[in-house]
Design a protein around this ligand. Structure first.
Ligand code: FES
Length: 78
């Protein structure tokens, strides 16, 4: 599988409301960290994220985290 694009080299720290979201795994969305359909025609698919309670979340935008969709600090090694 090809490497995803690096959308940004820092996480997106967002106040999330409980609900279902679609995380961009390809790095091509202009609505990071969420899918906007830009992956179409590629081997990537968005990842469903079920947020069970309101709160702050740090989403990976470098797409290199081992804990996607969440940041694990991997952007520091880019
Ligand atoms: S736009 Fe990146 S996974 Fe959909």
């Amino acid at each position: 599988m090809a490497d995803p694009k690096i959308a940004d080299t820092k996480p997106a720290v967002l106040e999330m409301a409980a609900g279902t979201y679609w995380y961009c795994t390809c790095g091509g969305s202009t609505n990071q960290p969420f899918c906007n359909g830009a992956h179409k025609g590629s081997e990537f698919k968005p990842e469903k994220v079920d947020v069970t309670e309101d709160g702050k979340m740090a989403f990976c935008q470098c797409k290199r985290s081992g804990s996607q969709p969440l940041c694990d600090g991997s952007h520091r090694n880019l």
